[in-house]
Design a protein around this ligand. Structure first.
Ligand code: FEO
Ligand code: CA
Ligand code: CA
Ligand code: CA
Length: 579
């Protein structure tokens, strides 16, 4: 059985000490295997990885850069296989100066390299299989293998689809669109699709937007202030002076069906437009589906969506339309431990034409403005938000906020400045996630153990503290596995910590994994049996260059740069991860 007896501690692995070096390390008794690296072939006709000769043609047939989210779905569809399935992996962003010899991280990148660079973004879908010897293998040339790039044809669905504001030369109807990029985290739906979040899309756009008619929206999105790279120099699509509506095609949750390699990905506008970390779906007791999502920028908000229609276990075609109709809400936290979900509904409260909201599509396009007008609580950068399938509660990773002032804190965002983040638990009354009133509790306030204001179980070891929670996962017992992005500010590696969530050991975090130098740890995703843990090692060697990398993980070959890679962790001899 998966239930543990009262008082029994389920995370008995030997804790890994803090440290910081060029290697990935896991707790004693566990092993890691490199499964797929940037540049590895997905197809038999793919060129071998050659960092001296990057090209668009090669990259289109190879695994992309900077893997972040990982979703595992079992093969065949409907099974709960833990040794055969599809991995869908986000390729969030790139750093040309680390990828290509002598390349600049700027608009000086040549058109040829820019073309190669663009298709290093997006996603990869790959078939993976566990061999008899316990090693995982990527199935080369699987009919499921797929690259999704910033050029892939996609469709806009839901309340904003067809809006005049979305019309561009590529999209005269405001429905057709192309591509996804800036994909950070995501989720797997109960019907076996992948949700991927478009996050820091402002990086990619250049050009003057003062005549776009969208100046307030673009200012709210930070357009131009962090622009980097050469896409807008070589392609009118990313130049806002030439294609002023293009940024409105970005900032959505995209739903992808990995089981159908010919399927057209859908941008689900009913989930709102902002800098989505990801989105995760839960089936409410009444059958409606609830999706949680955070806007990962300083002082932005937490959201949930409640579908109009109900999940039907035997009707996948109907489930594929669930994320098109329903109601989006933003969160207001009160210091007394209540949480109100405020509906983002056109015509209600301040969401009227006087404020520029003429129809529901406008509310979706200007989600940040709408949530601010409704009085949502500005948060310390919401990253992953996931429902624990065992206890039914919601866990919100808030990563940090360097700009919060000491006199502008609240109970859910208690420190200013906030260097290390916190984890908040949301409690749906009687498990009803459609309720407009929840309760919330602070689970962990992260940072070095002895730093004032931190909150952990009092018995964590010297290695049990963490910083900057970003992604999370739950094992089959409902334990929380926390992945971090930012611990290196304290001279310890990022990685994974695990804790129980109830009983005497609640919030007793233990370190399980360390990333190599410069990397954050993303993904983490368990197979259904909790015996395999897929992890994305993103941006190893961050901050260095191709010619002088701070590490050459994972190849340690003097002719190769560091390569973001997906690794799979198993227990030596088999068994539940964490035992
Ligand atoms: Fe791409 Fe929210 O981290
Ligand atoms: Ca990332
Ligand atoms: Ca993230
Ligand atoms: Ca992050």
């Amino acid at each position: 059985g998966t239930q543990k007896g009262a008082g029994e501690f389920s995370l008995t692995f030997k804790e890994l000490p803090h440290g910081l070096d060029e290697h990935l390390a896991v707790a004693e008794g566990y092993q890691s295997q490199i499964l797929v690296r940037w540049g590895d072939a997905l197809f038999a006709d793919a060129a071998a990885f050659d960092p001296q000769k990057p090209s668009e043609a090669a990259q289109l047939r190879q695994f992309g850069y900077n893997n972040d989210f990982i979703g595992f779905v079992s093969l065949p569809l409907g099974s709960d296989s833990s040794d055969h399935g599809l991995l869908t992996v986000n390729h969030e962003y790139t750093r040309p100066a680390m990828m290509y010899p002598g390349a600049p991280d700027s608009d000086k990148l040549s058109e040829e390299l820019t073309r190669a660079n663009i298709v290093a973004h997006g996603l990869s879908v790959v078939e993976v299989k566990k061999q008899k010897n316990g090693q995982w293998k990527l199935v080369l040339d699987s009919p499921y293998n797929r690259r999704i790039t910033p050029w892939t044809p996609m469709q806009i669905t839901g309340p904003a689809a067809g809006s005049k504001r979305l019309q561009t030369p590529d999209s005269p109807d405001g429905v057709q669109t192309r591509g996804t990029y800036g994909n950070c985290a995501g989720g797997v739906t109960p019907w076996g699709t992948i949700l991927t979040g478009e996050e820091n899309v402002d990086y990619f756009f250049g050009g003057d937007y003062s005549n776009s008619g969208e100046t307030d929206n673009y200012q709210e999105f930070g357009m131009q202030s962090r622009h980097r790279g050469s896409w807008s120099k070589h392609f009118a699509r990313w130049d806002m002076s030439q294609t002023p509506a293009e940024p409105l095609h970005m900032g959505w949750i995209v739903e992808i069906d990995p089981y159908d390699p010919t399927s057209v990905p859908k941008k689900r506008t009913v989930l709102g437009r902002y800098k989505h970390e990801g989105a995760n779906v839960h089936i409410n007791p009444d059958g409606r589906v609830v999706a949680y999502s955070g806007d990962d920028q300083q002082f932005q908000f937490l959201y949930k969506f409640v579908s109009l229609n109900r999940y039907q276990p035997d009707n996948r075609a109907a489930n594929l339309r669930l994320l098109d109709e329903g109601q989006l809400f933003c969160a207001r936290f009160s210091d007394d431990g209540t949480l109100n979900w405020l509906p983002l509904k056109v015509g209600h409260g301040p969401l009227t034409s006087a404020n520029g909201f003429n129809h529901q599509g406008d509310v979706m396009l200007d989600c940040r403005k709408a949530a601010k007008l409704l009085g949502a609580t500005p948060m310390d950068r919401p990253e992953d938000v996931e429902v624990n399938p065992v206890n039914g509660q919601v866990y919100v990773m808030l990563t940090n906020n360097s700009r919060r002032k000491p006199d502008n804190t609240d109970a859910a965002n208690p420190r200013g400045p906030n260097r290390a983040g916190q984890i908040v638990e949301l409690i749906a009354p009687k498990g009803d996630h459609a309720s407009e009133t929840f309760n919330w509790e602070m689970l962990i306030v992260a940072g070095p153990k002895d730093e004032p204001g931190t909150k952990y179980h009092p018995q964590i070891s010297a290695n049990g503290w963490l910083a900057c929670p970003d992604n999370c996962a739950f094992d089959k017992l409902g334990n929380l596995w926390i992945a971090t992005d930012g611990a290196e500010q304290y001279d310890v590696a990022d990685g994974i910590w695990a804790c129980e969530l109830s009983g005497a050991y609640r919030a007793l975090t233990k370190r399980f994994l360390r990333t190599p130098l410069g990397a954050e740890l993303c993904g983490p995703f368990f197979t259904p049996d909790s015996e395999n843990l897929f992890c994305a090692v993103q941006h190893p060697g961050q901050g260095s260059t191709f010619d002088k990398p701070s590490t050459r993980w994972p190849d340690f070959d003097d002719s190769l740069p560091p390569r973001p890679s997906v690794v799979v962790i198993t227990k030596q001899g088999g068994g539940r991860i964490g035992s």
